[in-house]
Ligand binder design. Structure first.
Ligand SMILES: [Zn+2]
Length: 59
């Protein structure tokens, strides 16, 4: 599920620029465009929405 206005979903879709360093079916890792520190990498689940009791989802 994708959600409009979510920068993570935009990166997953390829609509927002990101330096992707790792990707699989459920996970995406990329270099932060505005890094807090050099080499700052974010690892997020691809699912946007949260389900109660589920750890998956970055939303
Ligand atoms: Zn999202």
């Amino acid at each position: 599920m994708m959600e409009t206005g979510c920068v993570f979903c935009a990166i997953i879709k390829g609509d927002a620029p990101a330096e992707i360093v790792y990707e699989d079916e459920v996970t995406l890792a990329f270099m932060d465009i505005h890094p807090a520190a050099q080499g700052h990498t974010l690892v997020i689940p691809k699912e946007h929405f949260r389900r109660r009791g589920s750890p998956s989802g970055h939303g």
